[in-house]
Design a protein around this ligand. Structure first.
Ligand code: FAD
Length: 563
């Protein structure tokens, strides 16, 4: 279906330069009369990325208002929370992906999808430079797209913290391909360990699985691997069962340290019972093809850990294309691309960024909080009564719900501590400066929301809502859709709603931290996890596939073929 105002991009690579032409751009021979008769062209909207943020944005976008072009090197959406299950064949890779073209076909409008990667955002000229990743390509590899609005949802890349040897020797768990590689590698280690002529030490090394990083991904992978071994592989490779070892290396003092303390300790004692060795307070210095050099931070000792397979799961970093974009727009000194609370990139009028590739710059959060306290402290005494303090806290938490998340985290001072003196007696008054000091300790974390699918999906839905109403708001500046506060933007700022987080721990046990300070652990939580993850699937097709994979695993176990 061809729309008269459709934006057609033709790319000429003559003399090595990139030129983009737009059908909708007036050319030299078009008369003024022709121009007035033409429908004003729709705004060109380019979306980079088809992950959680990009897909959620596209799912709700009113595509009749824009000419939309989507660029992503993956022509599918991947349900990342189930990636650890793919590493051991609990769920098949194809069960957790949905083709992007299928998702956008449902939008009943003009959306072009281009399987390519953006290698440069040219903010000054409102265009993006892209490179096709199609194998055996016919025609030009590179092209450019012009935009009126750009939505950057490119996610992040793995972060090795420049640790020597990590890129060359470790597995990562970020993409579907990574999970498939891990699955093959686990089986390889077992096949290697049963070859004739190996010493006992060599068999042990081959079956030593090391996970670096004790966050939710590392912990879930360790649990999956343990289940795979104890439920399936032990029956297939009984001769090497006593040589298998799983070690989890964590730089912090505890695993799952963004979770409630009770969940952290539950996970640690479950792993201890399962025989998964957790080495906390240890930093990896380098990884060679045979062993890992680890420093025990407390003792200052350095020791070598021989391994059969290492999975590196220590967090995320900024993609080079984003770093380059940040330098262009004066954000070169920052680590992550900053947006305002309306997800508009700071320093760019028409570029929005969401998901893992960006962070909402909330530097003014402390100023806001100070202003709320100042208003409440009517007699300027520097203290508030406990009741006043609780009212103020409720007000702050409505504005900044993510703060609640950090204040509850076990490594930070609990708000309730401020309500008691060192002897544990209730205070009558709360010292405002003391509270602000406690808050400043969490200031760094408060500035960024957690890099999760939950945040990315909510941001996508929020931004599509803004885009759907953008023209209407321009036409009716005083209309009911406007943000009534003092903000200079047309819409309410983005507010994150935290619905809780899960940590599957293997052996049909899971832990969950749910809104309202509710912590749940054990088998019933695992069933809750199954129902939530089944319900969150993007389509009925993937839902049916995932549930049937779980059923297949219950009945027949996991498949240990190395394909
Ligand atoms: P992504 O989903 O990573 O999507 C980025 C998109 O950009 C992709 O389509 C990619 O192909 C595309 N892209 C990359 N480079 C380019 C380029 N140069 N040009 C154009 N497009 C590009 N979160 C939870 O809330 N709960 C969980 O249980 C959970 N479990 C997780 C388990 C694992 C193993 C992992 C890796 C992550 C998990 N997360 C979880 C985090 C969650 O997956 C991310 O926060 C989420 O994917 C971020 O969404 P995004 O859209 O910003 O990025």
């Amino acid at each position: 279906q061809h729309h008269p105002s459709k934006f057609l991009v033709l790319v000429a690579l003559s003399s090595g330069s990139l030129v983009a032409y737009s059908e909708s751009q007036p050319d030299a021979v078009t008369s003024a009369a022709d121009l007035t008769q033409k429908e004003p062209r729709k705004k060109r909207l380019v979306v980079l990325g088809t992950g959680w943020a990009g897909t959620s944005f596209l799912k709700d976008l009113d595509v009749s208002q824009y000419d939309v072009q989507v660029v992503s090197p993956r022509n599918y959406f991947a349900f990342t929370p189930l990636l650890p299950s793919v590493t051991c064949g609990t769920v098949e890779a194809r069960s957790i992906v949905e083709p992007v073209r299928k998702i956008i076909r449902k939008r009943k409008g003009d959306i072009d999808f281009l399987e390519a990667e953006c290698y440069k955002i040219d903010a000054a000229n409102n265009k993006v430079l892209c490179r096709s990743i199609v194998e055996n390509l016919v025609g030009p590899k590179e092209f450019s797209l012009e935009y009126d609005y750009l939505v950057v949802a490119m996610g992040a890349q793995v972060n090795t913290f420049n640790t020597p040897g990590v890129k060359e020797n470790c597995h990562f768990l970020k993409e579907v391909e990574d999970a498939q590689k891990i699955r093959r590698s686990v089986i390889d280690c077992f096949e290697n360990a049963i070859l004739p002529g190996l010493s006992e030490e060599e068999r042990r090394t081959s079956l030593h699985f090391v996970i670096v990083g004790g966050g939710p991904t590392g912990v879930e992978f360790a649990a999956e691997l343990h289940d795979f071994f104890s439920e399936d592989l032990v029956n297939i490779y009984p001769m090497v069962r006593e040589f298998v070892k799983i070690t989890l290396i964590q730089a912090g003092d505890h695993i799952l340290n963004t979770f409630d303390e009770r969940i952290s300790s539950f996970a640690e004692s479950k792993f201890a019972r399962d025989g998964i060795e957790v080495q906390t307070g240890c930093r990896v210095l380098s990884v060679s093809d045979k062993d890992i050099s680890v420093k025990d931070k407390a003792k200052g000792q350095i020791f070598q850990v021989p391994y059969g397979m290492v999975v590196w799961s220590t967090g995320i970093g900024t993609r080079p294309v984003i770093t380059d974009f940040m330098e262009q727009i004066g954000q070169g000194k920052r680590r992550v691309l900053a947006t305002d609370e309306w997800l508009q990139v700071k320093g760019c009028q028409n570029v929005y960024a969401l998901g893992d590739c960006a962070t909402i710059d909330q530097r003014k959060i402390m100023d806001d909080i100070s202003a709320i306290f100042k208003a409440a402290d009517k007699d300027n005494s520097g203290t508030l009564t406990v009741e006043e303090f609780q009212d103020v806290m409720a007000d702050i938490l409505i504005r900044y719900p993510q703060l609640d998340l950090y204040l509850k985290s076990k490594h930070l001072r609990d708000v309730s501590d401020l309500l008691r003196d060192p002897q544990g007696n209730s205070r009558k008054e709360v010292d405002i400066e003391g509270f602000k000091l406690a808050l400043s300790q969490v200031d760094a974390q408060m500035k960024s929301l957690p890099a999760t699918a939950q945040v990315a999906a909510q941001q996508g839905a929020y931004l599509s809502n803004c885009f759907n109403r953008m023209e209407l708001c321009k036409k009716n500046p005083e209309g009911p859709l406007q943000f009534k506060g003092s903000g200079r933007h047309s819409f309410r700022p983005f507010r994150y709603k935290h619905f809780g987080q899960f940590a599957p721990l293997g052996g049909e046990q899971a832990a969950a931290e749910l809104p309202g300070d509710w912590v749940s652990m054990g088998q019933s939580t695992q069933w809750l996890w199954y129902s939530v993850y089944a319900s969150k699937q993007v389509s009925w097709r993937t839902r049916v596939l995932v549930v049937s994979d779980w059923t297949r695993r219950f009945i027949f176990g996991r498949d240990s073929s190395r394909i």
